[in-house]
Design a protein around this ligand. Sequence first.
Ligand code: NAI
Length: 338
Amino acid sequence: IECAKQMGESSILRQANCRAKGAAPGFKVAILGAAGGIGQPLAMLMKINPLVSVLHLYDVVNSPGVTADISHMDTGAVVRGFLKQEQLASALTGMDLVIIPAGVPRKPGMTRDDLFNINAGIVRTLCEGIAKCCPKAIVNLISNPVNSTVPIAAEVFKKAGTYDPKRLLGVTMLDVVRANTFVAEVLGLDPREVDVPVVGGHAGVTILPLLSQVKPPCSFTPEETEYLTNRIQNGGTEVVEAKAGAGSATLSMAYAAVKFADACLRGIRGDKDVVACAFVDSQVTELPFFATKVRLGPNGAEEVYQLGPLNAYERAGLEKAKKELAESIQKGISFARK
Ligand code: NAI
């Protein structure tokens, strides 16, 4: 075992040297919660991503196994595993992007808010590590309830004096991915041709698809609007119920997380016009955080876009969304300030 370990280590060194000699430039990415239902397929997909040169896999259990497994893939990124709190600092140091899918998922009958008591503490601890070890990293926060965990992360960073609102992004991409799929089904289009903005937050009525702004331009009957809005808002619950106690969305979430992380990395690289929806520090409404389209650049969310024209159905949905969001945001802030 020792021998294998040494060989593993030397192969990592060889790969690292290769990169230092001018192989493809890439970014350093850490996944916190890498051994979980989302973490494992997310790690696999990031290992394939050509923009990633170094991939750190951190978890409180099972990260050595996942790391050994993923590291055998013959793609460019060098993979290293980190286990338990004492290795968190090493996992985070030098990272450009940190993706956080750590925490418990829902079971049937639970709301995302029911996860608050466990996940709030996990997110706080991990963000304290980020503030200390890689305060300039861009953070993609997946752990639910996103509507509360993003405000918690912001408070932790404020307390540490490292808060940069542009660098903290709550991942709502799965709502957009679902919306594109369901709308494409109704329109009889390829989902890759469809773009549905989804704004607000990431739970129940706070998930607000703007069907009046779908591209390509189209129109829906009131029945279609009602059906699509409900299905997009309850897409997560659809999966939780189908999995019948075995967790929530993991595979589609890993896909969505990579789609979003890839957009962030292209933004850091300086690509122009990289736009995606995310839950961020925002002045679009009176709430301190809100999900809208943002333009991603070298520092994260460089520009937060306005909502654009809403129809009467969406304006009513927005009022409902804001009411619930305000409470979830406040719950996160109060927890972090306690
Ligand atoms: P899971 O239970 O399969 O995996 C979670 C992983 O986090 C486990 O490997 C666990 O060991 C690890 N973990 C627990 N405490 C940790 C800590 N202190 N530090 C590092 N790792 C820790 O759960 P799954 O299905 O991967 O979901 C993870 C989270 O993502 C849940 O909170 C879930 O609600 C959320 N989620 C968010 C979505 C979104 O759209 N933003 C969509 C789907 C899930």
